[in-house]
Design a protein around this ligand. Sequence first.
Ligand SMILES: Nc1ncnc2c1ncn2[C@@H]1O[C@H](COP(=O)(O)OP(=O)(O)OP(=O)(O)O)[C@@H](O)[C@H]1O
Ligand SMILES: [Mg+2]
Length: 349
Amino acid sequence: MKSVNVAQIAHELKLTQAGVRKKISMGELPILQAGRAFISTQTGIDYYKFANEHKITLNSLKRQAKTLSFVNHKGGCSKTTTAYTIAALLHSFGNKVLLADLDPQGNSTQSVLDPLVNAEGIIIPFVKTIKDLLLYRKENGSVGVNRIKEVVQTSKFGFDAIPCDLSLNSIMQDLESSSFKEVILKELLNEISAEYDYIILDTPPTLGFSVISALTASDYVCIVSLAEAFSILGVEQTVNLISSVKTQNSVLANPKAMKILGTVISKAEMNTNISKHFVNELQKFTSERDITLFFDDIIPKTTKIPETQATGELITDVDPKGEAALSYFNIAMLMDMEVKKDRIKEKLS
Ligand SMILES: Nc1ncnc2c1ncn2[C@@H]1O[C@H](COP(=O)(O)OP(=O)(O)OP(=O)(O)O)[C@@H](O)[C@H]1O
Ligand SMILES: [Mg+2]
Protein backbone atom coordinates (compact mmCIF):
# COMPACT_ATOMS: atom_id res chain seq x y z
CA MET A 1 0.00 0.00 0.00
CA LYS A 2 2.82 2.46 0.53
CA SER A 3 4.83 1.28 -2.48
CA VAL A 4 5.02 3.02 -5.85
CA ASN A 5 5.99 1.40 -9.15
CA VAL A 6 8.23 2.68 -11.93
CA ALA A 7 5.27 4.25 -13.81
CA GLN A 8 4.21 6.18 -10.70
CA ILE A 9 7.80 7.30 -10.00
CA ALA A 10 8.14 8.45 -13.62
CA HIS A 11 4.90 10.43 -13.33
CA GLU A 12 5.99 12.11 -10.05
CA LEU A 13 9.50 12.95 -11.28
CA LYS A 14 8.32 13.93 -14.78
CA LEU A 15 10.67 11.38 -16.33
CA THR A 16 10.12 8.56 -18.78
CA GLN A 17 10.02 5.01 -17.37
CA ALA A 18 13.32 4.37 -19.19
CA GLY A 19 14.71 7.47 -17.47
CA VAL A 20 13.65 6.13 -14.08
CA ARG A 21 15.24 2.74 -14.83
CA LYS A 22 18.46 4.51 -15.79
CA LYS A 23 18.50 6.42 -12.49
CA ILE A 24 17.90 3.13 -10.66
CA SER A 25 20.76 1.43 -12.52
CA MET A 26 23.04 4.35 -11.63
CA GLY A 27 22.12 3.93 -7.95
CA GLU A 28 20.47 7.36 -7.77
CA LEU A 29 17.01 6.14 -6.89
CA PRO A 30 16.70 3.73 -3.96
CA ILE A 31 14.50 0.75 -4.71
CA LEU A 32 13.48 -2.65 -3.44
CA GLN A 33 13.36 -5.44 -5.97
CA ALA A 34 10.15 -7.49 -6.09
CA GLY A 35 10.87 -10.27 -8.56
CA ARG A 36 11.66 -8.45 -11.81
CA ALA A 37 9.84 -5.29 -10.75
CA PHE A 38 11.36 -2.29 -8.99
CA ILE A 39 9.39 -0.63 -6.23
CA SER A 40 9.96 2.45 -4.14
CA THR A 41 7.94 4.73 -1.86
CA GLN A 42 7.11 8.42 -1.54
CA THR A 43 10.08 8.65 0.88
CA GLY A 44 12.21 7.11 -1.89
CA ILE A 45 11.11 9.86 -4.26
CA ASP A 46 11.86 12.51 -1.60
CA TYR A 47 15.28 10.89 -1.04
CA TYR A 48 16.03 11.10 -4.78
CA LYS A 49 15.01 14.79 -4.86
CA PHE A 50 17.13 15.57 -1.79
CA ALA A 51 20.21 13.75 -3.15
CA ASN A 52 19.77 15.38 -6.55
CA GLU A 53 19.42 18.87 -5.08
CA HIS A 54 22.60 18.49 -2.98
CA LYS A 55 24.54 16.32 -5.42
CA ILE A 56 27.58 18.59 -5.70
CA THR A 57 27.98 19.15 -1.95
CA LEU A 58 27.36 15.48 -1.14
CA ASN A 59 29.92 14.37 -3.73
CA SER A 60 32.46 16.77 -2.27
CA LEU A 61 32.24 15.31 1.26
CA LYS A 62 35.21 13.32 2.47
CA ARG A 63 34.44 9.81 3.67
CA GLN A 64 34.15 10.14 7.44
CA ALA A 65 32.07 7.51 9.20
CA LYS A 66 29.15 8.49 11.36
CA THR A 67 28.58 5.97 14.12
CA LEU A 68 25.00 4.95 14.79
CA SER A 69 24.03 2.67 17.66
CA PHE A 70 20.78 0.77 18.16
CA VAL A 71 19.78 0.67 21.82
CA ASN A 72 17.18 -0.17 24.41
CA HIS A 73 18.16 -2.08 27.50
CA LYS A 74 14.94 -4.05 27.31
CA GLY A 75 15.70 -7.41 25.72
CA GLY A 76 14.09 -8.73 22.57
CA CYS A 77 12.74 -5.45 21.20
CA SER A 78 14.31 -5.89 17.70
CA LYS A 79 17.58 -3.98 18.16
CA THR A 80 19.55 -6.60 16.24
CA THR A 81 16.97 -7.10 13.48
CA THR A 82 16.71 -3.35 13.02
CA ALA A 83 20.49 -2.75 13.16
CA TYR A 84 21.42 -5.21 10.42
CA THR A 85 18.38 -4.48 8.22
CA ILE A 86 19.19 -0.75 8.32
CA ALA A 87 22.88 -1.56 7.71
CA ALA A 88 21.92 -3.55 4.59
CA LEU A 89 19.65 -0.77 3.33
CA LEU A 90 22.24 1.99 3.92
CA HIS A 91 24.69 -0.19 1.98
CA SER A 92 22.15 -0.60 -0.85
CA PHE A 93 21.89 3.22 -1.09
CA GLY A 94 25.60 3.32 -1.95
CA ASN A 95 27.06 3.95 1.52
CA LYS A 96 30.06 2.05 2.76
CA VAL A 97 28.86 0.38 5.96
CA LEU A 98 30.49 -1.49 8.83
CA LEU A 99 28.35 -3.30 11.41
CA ALA A 100 30.12 -3.90 14.72
CA ASP A 101 28.49 -6.41 17.02
CA LEU A 102 28.89 -5.44 20.68
CA ASP A 103 26.56 -8.03 22.13
CA PRO A 104 28.19 -11.21 23.51
CA GLN A 105 25.05 -13.06 22.36
CA GLY A 106 26.45 -12.47 18.85
CA ASN A 107 23.03 -12.31 17.21
CA SER A 108 23.96 -9.80 14.52
CA THR A 109 27.13 -11.79 13.82
CA GLN A 110 24.99 -14.92 13.36
CA SER A 111 22.52 -12.99 11.19
CA VAL A 112 24.96 -11.46 8.72
CA LEU A 113 28.01 -13.73 8.61
CA ASP A 114 28.08 -17.28 7.35
CA PRO A 115 29.42 -19.48 10.14
CA LEU A 116 32.93 -20.87 9.85
CA VAL A 117 32.80 -24.64 9.46
CA ASN A 118 35.75 -27.02 9.85
CA ALA A 119 36.53 -30.11 7.73
CA GLU A 120 34.26 -32.25 9.94
CA GLY A 121 31.37 -29.84 9.33
CA ILE A 122 31.50 -28.46 12.88
CA ILE A 123 30.92 -24.73 13.40
CA ILE A 124 34.05 -23.09 14.77
CA PRO A 125 34.37 -19.64 16.40
CA PHE A 126 35.79 -16.66 14.51
CA VAL A 127 39.53 -16.50 15.13
CA LYS A 128 39.34 -12.83 16.00
CA THR A 129 36.43 -10.72 17.17
CA ILE A 130 35.73 -7.24 18.52
CA LYS A 131 37.14 -8.47 21.85
CA ASP A 132 40.63 -8.82 20.36
CA LEU A 133 40.53 -5.31 18.94
CA LEU A 134 39.36 -3.76 22.21
CA LEU A 135 42.02 -5.65 24.19
CA TYR A 136 44.74 -4.64 21.76
CA ARG A 137 43.65 -1.00 21.88
CA LYS A 138 43.61 -1.07 25.68
CA GLU A 139 47.05 -2.62 25.94
CA ASN A 140 48.92 -1.01 23.05
CA GLY A 141 47.06 2.13 22.01
CA SER A 142 46.72 2.37 18.25
CA VAL A 143 45.61 -0.92 16.62
CA GLY A 144 46.27 0.10 13.01
CA VAL A 145 43.97 -0.20 10.02
CA ASN A 146 45.59 -3.43 8.79
CA ARG A 147 45.12 -5.24 12.10
CA ILE A 148 41.49 -4.07 12.22
CA LYS A 149 40.94 -5.27 8.65
CA GLU A 150 42.08 -8.75 9.68
CA VAL A 151 39.03 -8.93 11.95
CA VAL A 152 36.55 -7.31 9.57
CA GLN A 153 34.52 -9.79 7.50
CA THR A 154 32.36 -9.20 4.43
CA SER A 155 28.78 -10.02 5.32
CA LYS A 156 26.50 -11.98 3.03
CA PHE A 157 24.54 -8.75 2.46
CA GLY A 158 27.55 -6.87 1.09
CA PHE A 159 28.47 -4.60 3.99
CA ASP A 160 31.38 -5.26 6.37
CA ALA A 161 30.99 -6.67 9.87
CA ILE A 162 33.11 -7.13 12.98
CA PRO A 163 32.00 -10.33 14.73
CA CYS A 164 31.39 -10.78 18.42
CA ASP A 165 30.85 -13.81 20.62
CA LEU A 166 30.65 -14.79 24.28
CA SER A 167 34.36 -14.13 24.70
CA LEU A 168 33.53 -10.40 24.91
CA ASN A 169 32.16 -11.09 28.41
CA SER A 170 35.49 -12.45 29.57
CA ILE A 171 37.36 -9.19 28.97
CA MET A 172 34.72 -6.79 30.19
CA GLN A 173 36.09 -6.71 33.75
CA ASP A 174 39.54 -6.18 32.38
CA LEU A 175 38.39 -3.26 30.25
CA GLU A 176 36.26 -1.75 32.98
CA SER A 177 39.27 -1.46 35.27
CA SER A 178 41.26 0.64 32.80
CA SER A 179 41.33 4.42 32.83
CA PHE A 180 39.38 6.24 30.09
CA LYS A 181 37.65 2.90 29.57
CA GLU A 182 34.57 4.38 27.86
CA VAL A 183 36.60 5.82 25.01
CA ILE A 184 38.46 2.63 24.01
CA LEU A 185 35.75 1.68 21.50
CA LYS A 186 35.40 5.26 20.23
CA GLU A 187 39.16 5.49 19.62
CA LEU A 188 39.21 2.08 17.96
CA LEU A 189 36.44 3.07 15.56
CA ASN A 190 38.11 6.43 14.88
CA GLU A 191 41.03 4.50 13.43
CA ILE A 192 38.84 3.21 10.58
CA SER A 193 36.38 6.06 10.22
CA ALA A 194 37.95 7.21 6.96
CA GLU A 195 37.03 3.82 5.43
CA TYR A 196 33.26 4.02 5.98
CA ASP A 197 30.21 6.24 5.71
CA TYR A 198 28.44 4.47 8.57
CA ILE A 199 29.53 2.35 11.50
CA ILE A 200 26.49 0.62 12.94
CA LEU A 201 26.66 -0.70 16.51
CA ASP A 202 24.36 -3.45 17.73
CA THR A 203 24.21 -3.30 21.53
CA PRO A 204 23.24 -5.80 24.24
CA PRO A 205 20.13 -5.50 26.43
CA THR A 206 21.89 -3.86 29.39
CA LEU A 207 22.71 -0.41 30.69
CA GLY A 208 26.28 -1.52 31.32
CA PHE A 209 29.75 -0.84 30.04
CA SER A 210 29.20 -2.07 26.44
CA VAL A 211 26.26 0.23 25.96
CA ILE A 212 28.02 3.18 27.62
CA SER A 213 31.02 2.55 25.32
CA ALA A 214 28.70 2.35 22.30
CA LEU A 215 26.95 5.59 23.23
CA THR A 216 30.26 7.35 23.84
CA ALA A 217 31.38 6.27 20.37
CA SER A 218 28.10 7.29 18.73
CA ASP A 219 27.33 10.34 16.67
CA TYR A 220 23.76 9.10 16.42
CA VAL A 221 21.48 6.79 18.36
CA CYS A 222 18.37 4.94 17.28
CA ILE A 223 16.12 3.68 20.06
CA VAL A 224 14.13 0.57 19.24
CA SER A 225 10.99 -0.17 21.21
CA LEU A 226 8.03 -2.46 21.30
CA ALA A 227 4.58 -1.00 21.86
CA GLU A 228 4.46 -2.33 25.41
CA ALA A 229 5.03 -1.04 28.93
CA PHE A 230 8.47 -2.47 29.77
CA SER A 231 9.95 -1.54 26.45
CA ILE A 232 8.74 2.06 26.81
CA LEU A 233 10.33 2.13 30.26
CA GLY A 234 13.49 1.01 28.44
CA VAL A 235 13.15 4.00 26.07
CA GLU A 236 12.91 6.35 29.04
CA GLN A 237 15.92 4.78 30.74
CA THR A 238 17.88 4.90 27.48
CA VAL A 239 17.12 8.62 27.04
CA ASN A 240 18.26 9.21 30.64
CA LEU A 241 21.39 7.15 30.08
CA ILE A 242 22.25 9.19 26.98
CA SER A 243 21.94 12.41 29.04
CA SER A 244 24.14 11.05 31.79
CA VAL A 245 26.79 9.75 29.37
CA LYS A 246 26.76 13.14 27.65
CA THR A 247 27.32 14.93 30.97
CA GLN A 248 29.95 12.55 32.32
CA ASN A 249 31.90 12.43 29.10
CA SER A 250 31.43 16.05 28.12
CA VAL A 251 35.19 16.54 27.90
CA LEU A 252 35.74 13.45 25.79
CA ALA A 253 32.67 13.30 23.62
CA ASN A 254 31.71 15.76 20.96
CA PRO A 255 28.82 17.88 22.32
CA LYS A 256 26.93 17.17 19.11
CA ALA A 257 27.32 13.42 19.65
CA MET A 258 24.61 10.94 20.59
CA LYS A 259 21.91 12.74 18.63
CA ILE A 260 18.79 10.62 18.77
CA LEU A 261 17.90 9.98 15.12
CA GLY A 262 14.58 8.51 16.11
CA THR A 263 12.60 5.78 17.79
CA VAL A 264 11.58 2.73 15.82
CA ILE A 265 8.50 0.84 17.00
CA SER A 266 8.72 -2.85 16.23
CA LYS A 267 6.50 -5.91 16.48
CA ALA A 268 3.39 -3.73 16.73
CA GLU A 269 -0.08 -5.18 16.28
CA MET A 270 -1.96 -2.04 15.36
CA ASN A 271 -5.27 -3.89 15.19
CA THR A 272 -5.10 -4.38 18.99
CA ASN A 273 -6.02 -1.76 21.59
CA ILE A 274 -2.95 -2.55 23.64
CA SER A 275 -0.52 -1.73 20.81
CA LYS A 276 -2.50 1.43 19.95
CA HIS A 277 -2.39 2.49 23.59
CA PHE A 278 1.38 2.08 23.93
CA VAL A 279 2.10 3.68 20.54
CA ASN A 280 0.11 6.66 21.88
CA GLU A 281 2.23 6.64 25.04
CA LEU A 282 5.39 6.59 22.94
CA GLN A 283 4.08 9.47 20.84
CA LYS A 284 3.48 11.54 23.99
CA PHE A 285 6.89 10.65 25.45
CA THR A 286 8.84 11.42 22.30
CA SER A 287 7.00 14.60 21.32
CA GLU A 288 7.51 16.04 24.83
CA ARG A 289 11.25 15.52 24.36
CA ASP A 290 11.40 16.52 20.72
CA ILE A 291 12.51 13.03 19.67
CA THR A 292 11.51 11.77 16.23
CA LEU A 293 9.16 8.79 16.31
CA PHE A 294 8.95 6.86 13.05
CA PHE A 295 5.19 6.78 13.44
CA ASP A 296 4.41 6.43 9.73
CA ASP A 297 6.80 3.50 9.49
CA ILE A 298 5.91 1.23 12.37
CA ILE A 299 7.31 -2.29 11.93
CA PRO A 300 4.43 -4.74 12.32
CA LYS A 301 4.71 -8.04 14.09
CA THR A 302 5.15 -10.65 11.38
CA THR A 303 6.32 -14.25 11.41
CA LYS A 304 8.22 -13.43 8.20
CA ILE A 305 10.99 -11.75 10.23
CA PRO A 306 11.90 -14.78 12.38
CA GLU A 307 11.54 -16.87 9.22
CA THR A 308 14.14 -14.73 7.40
CA GLN A 309 16.46 -15.21 10.36
CA ALA A 310 16.04 -18.96 10.09
CA THR A 311 16.87 -18.87 6.37
CA GLY A 312 19.59 -16.22 6.65
CA GLU A 313 17.85 -13.71 4.40
CA LEU A 314 16.66 -10.11 4.61
CA ILE A 315 13.00 -9.16 4.97
CA THR A 316 13.54 -6.57 2.20
CA ASP A 317 14.53 -9.39 -0.20
CA VAL A 318 11.97 -11.97 0.90
CA ASP A 319 8.89 -9.78 1.22
CA PRO A 320 9.76 -6.40 -0.35
CA LYS A 321 6.14 -5.34 -0.74
CA GLY A 322 5.29 -6.16 2.88
CA GLU A 323 4.84 -3.45 5.47
CA ALA A 324 7.90 -4.45 7.52
CA ALA A 325 10.22 -4.17 4.52
CA LEU A 326 8.73 -0.89 3.29
CA SER A 327 8.87 0.60 6.80
CA TYR A 328 12.54 -0.36 7.23
CA PHE A 329 13.25 0.99 3.72
CA ASN A 330 11.67 4.34 4.63
CA ILE A 331 13.35 4.55 8.05
CA ALA A 332 16.79 3.90 6.52
CA MET A 333 16.25 6.69 3.96
CA LEU A 334 14.95 9.12 6.59
CA MET A 335 18.02 8.40 8.73
CA ASP A 336 20.41 8.72 5.79
CA MET A 337 18.85 12.05 4.77
CA GLU A 338 19.07 13.40 8.35
CA VAL A 339 22.73 12.44 8.65
CA LYS A 340 23.53 13.89 5.23
CA LYS A 341 21.70 17.14 6.09
CA ASP A 342 23.92 17.39 9.19
CA ARG A 343 27.01 16.72 7.09
CA ILE A 344 26.00 19.43 4.61
CA LYS A 345 25.45 21.87 7.51
CA GLU A 346 28.89 20.95 8.95
CA LYS A 347 30.48 21.51 5.57
CA LEU A 348 28.82 24.88 5.05
CA SER A 349 29.46 26.14 8.60
N1 LIG B 1 8.76 -7.32 13.31
C1 LIG B 1 8.90 -8.50 13.93
N2 LIG B 1 7.89 -9.37 13.99
C2 LIG B 1 8.02 -10.55 14.61
N3 LIG B 1 9.13 -10.96 15.23
C3 LIG B 1 10.18 -10.13 15.22
C4 LIG B 1 10.15 -8.86 14.57
N4 LIG B 1 11.34 -8.25 14.75
C5 LIG B 1 12.10 -9.11 15.45
N5 LIG B 1 11.41 -10.23 15.73
C6 LIG B 1 11.87 -11.39 16.49
O1 LIG B 1 12.00 -10.99 17.85
C7 LIG B 1 13.11 -11.63 18.45
C8 LIG B 1 14.03 -10.57 19.05
O2 LIG B 1 14.54 -9.77 17.99
P1 LIG B 1 16.00 -9.18 18.08
O3 LIG B 1 16.98 -10.26 18.35
O4 LIG B 1 16.21 -8.34 16.88
O5 LIG B 1 15.84 -8.27 19.39
P2 LIG B 1 16.99 -7.63 20.27
O6 LIG B 1 16.43 -6.38 20.85
O7 LIG B 1 18.23 -7.51 19.50
O8 LIG B 1 17.19 -8.74 21.39
P3 LIG B 1 18.33 -8.72 22.53
O9 LIG B 1 17.89 -7.72 23.53
O10 LIG B 1 18.32 -10.13 23.05
O11 LIG B 1 19.61 -8.34 21.85
C9 LIG B 1 13.78 -12.45 17.36
O12 LIG B 1 13.34 -13.77 17.50
C10 LIG B 1 13.24 -11.87 16.08
O13 LIG B 1 13.12 -12.83 15.05
MG1 LIG C 1 20.17 -8.20 19.94
